[in-house]
Ligand binder design. Sequence first.
Ligand code: SAH
Length: 386
Amino acid sequence: MLAVVDKVHIVGMSGHELEEFVVQLGEPKYRATQLFKAVHERRLRSFDDITDLPKAFRAKLVEVADISRLAVESLYRSSDGTRRYLMKTTDGKPVETVFIPTENRDTICFSSQSGCALKCDFCLTAKLGLLGNLTAGEIVEQMIIVLNDVYGVGGETPHGTNLVGMGAGEPFLNFENLIQALRIMADEQGLFIVPNRVTISTAGIVPRIYDFANLEDRPRLAISLSAATDELRDRLMPINKRWNLHELMKSAKELQKSLKRGERFTFEYVMLGGVNDSDRDANELADLLERYALRRVKINLIPHNAAEQLNYHSSAPEHVKRFKNILESRGVSAYVRTPRGSDIYAACGQLAAKSRTSTSSAFTREENDVDAKRELTPEGVTLTNA
Ligand code: SAH
């Protein structure tokens, strides 16, 4: 008889779900706490390593559960210290995660989907199409793998860790798994990464922005705008044809109303040379924010990270500055995001599961920081942080 029983992935189970699970296996409830801490606090990735559990229980767990469903295929290091992990799920989907060190704190940029269904014209991930949603466990496991690599298994994170849900995929098209993953990661018996250290970025899935506005203990939100008129946004971000700027701005307004003291949200605006970076564009953006009384929102200007398959280039730095000055003269605070890891295809909009086996032959895995920059630079790629 074929009795293939799906194993559960315990990394995606909350403390409460783990309790039910161990009780079903005939174990006392406190085993759930032991398991949860082993996975999320000690960051162990094999049942054999959880030596404080009885051997017989561990053997049972191996039969019915997985503790790891992601494996690192390649690790790329940027000359700026950024690391890009190209991982694979057990069913073969590519997953990318980026570690971004800064002086005061470290940030992990995780993916919510493999590939992406949205066809933003300036983004390389879009070229992959959607390969699948990631489970809550596959989302959480990305942080466990990266933290173990950077700080050693279970090692303390010296600067604390911020998370950004800005890797591959549209987080709000995988809403439930995302929220489950965030809850698990916030647990103080585990990773203990609390919501206000997390920022999620959406391309504008309007119904989910309303859902998000109603959530307790929610992370910060960034909304990708990149154009101030429907005409241009339809072209750059086709999701605009589903929910246009008016609907998007109305939902942003609702979110704004729901903010508690000290909470804020951001609009992201990818700066595309000659496309959306003129003085007129800046004024139209300020007009739009004014119309919806959202002038006090923060704008993040993201210089475009180029790639050979994308027909865009970044606005020149002086142009970005001019754009920022216009916004500020109109009372809007704007910040310029420094691209990180663009030499290893780790920067915003560059996650496309690129590896040695992909189309670019100049692309090889390299551990050495200095050589990495030279070796990993495919032809035609502009190094915006060079
Ligand atoms: N799907 C989500 C999150 C992923 S991308 C979203 O669209 O918000 C995070 C940010 O990177 C988004 O603001 C996106 O517009 C931007 N981005 C995409 N491609 C880019 C590129 N090539 N260069 C710079 N930013 C890019």
